[in-house]
Design a protein around this ligand. Sequence first.
Ligand SMILES: [Zn+2]
Ligand SMILES: [Zn+2]
Length: 358
Amino acid sequence: MRALVWDGTGLYVDSTIEVRSPGPGEVAVDIAMAGLCHSDISPMEGRIPQPTPTILGHEAVGVIAAAGPGADVPVGQRVVLTVLRRCGECRHCREGRPNLCPASGLPVASPFSRDGDIVHQFVRLGAFAERIVVSQEQVIAMPAEIPDPVAAMLGCATVTAFGAVEDRARLRAGESVLVTGAGGIGLNTVLAARAAGAGRIVVVDRNPAKEQIARTCGATDFIIPSDPSQIAPAVQALVPGGVDAAFECAGHTGLLDAAIKSLAGGGRVVVLGLPPTGATLDLGVRDLFHDKSLLGCRMGSVDPHRKLPDLAERVLRGELDLTPLVSAVVPMEGAAQLVDDLRNGRIDRGFLRVGSAS
Ligand SMILES: [Zn+2]
Ligand SMILES: [Zn+2]
C-alpha cells in the first residue's frame, strides 16, 4: 500500500509499505483523509524523539476495513481516530478519563513494515497511510454528513481545544480569554471560547496574516508582539485587571510566562502546546497568588468517546462551523509543500487526501 514515510531527512510516498492484519481487539481502518498537525512536524524538528523510518499522522477519518478477534466495531463503519489507546480497565479509564490512563501513551508494536523491516508509527497511529491497524479503543464513530477534513480535525485539534475551554478551564459566559498561538489548536480554542460565550477574546501571534482568520473565529483583539515581554502589558491595557483564562497553544515557555502574567484573580492558564523536551519555566510563584491556576491538559482532558460525538452533533446542528480552518486539501505527494506552508504560517489547517472519500 501507499504511505508517506519520514526517513529522518525527507518525506516521500512509498508504495511498498505493508500493514499486518488486526489482532485481538484491533481493527484495520482505511484512511480517507488526515490533517497535518504541528505535532507531526515536531519529530522532523527533533522536538519529539521518534525512531525512523516512520509514518506520521494522527488526525484522521476513515472506514473500518476489518476487525480482529473480539473487536466489535462493524466493518464499513466511518470512524475518527484518537491517539489514546486506553486500557479500559484502570481507575482512570473506569472514571472516563482515558487521557490519564498509564497505558494510553505507551508505544505499541508498529503494524507497518517494508521488506520485512519495521516501519515505525507516530503516537500509536501513523495515519498518513492507506490502511492502519489500531486498537478498537482508538476509533470513534462519525456521522456521514460531516465532511472529511472537518471530521479529521475533530479528532485532534478540535477535541483538544474544546476540551481545554469547556472541561479544563470551565470557561463561563462573559469571561475574558487570551489565546497565544493562532495555529490549528489556537484557532479552535478561539472558536470554543466564542461558543462558550466569552467576552473579550485576545489572540497573540507573531504572524500578522493570522489576524483575519482569528477574527473570523471570534477574536476581538489581535496582538503582534516582537517579544513575549510585551504581551502582558498589552493584555492588561485591553482587559484591565487581566484575563480570566489563558490558553498557551504554541508550546513556548516565553508565551506561557506572559500568559501567567496576564491573568486576573481566579484566572487559569491551560498549557495546550507541547513544549520542547526538557523545557523549564522560571516561575515567579507569587504570580499565582489570588487563586490563579496553571493547568496541564492532554488531549483536552476529556474522554474522546464522549466529547467527539457531542462535538459532531454540534457541527450537524449548525452551532459549530469549522470550515474556515480548512485551508488546503492535497494528495500525499504534496506533503512536503504542506509542511512548509504550515511552518511558515501560510495555512491554518492542511489535509492530505490519503484514500477515497469516507
Ligand atoms: Zn495533533
Ligand atoms: Zn486505563
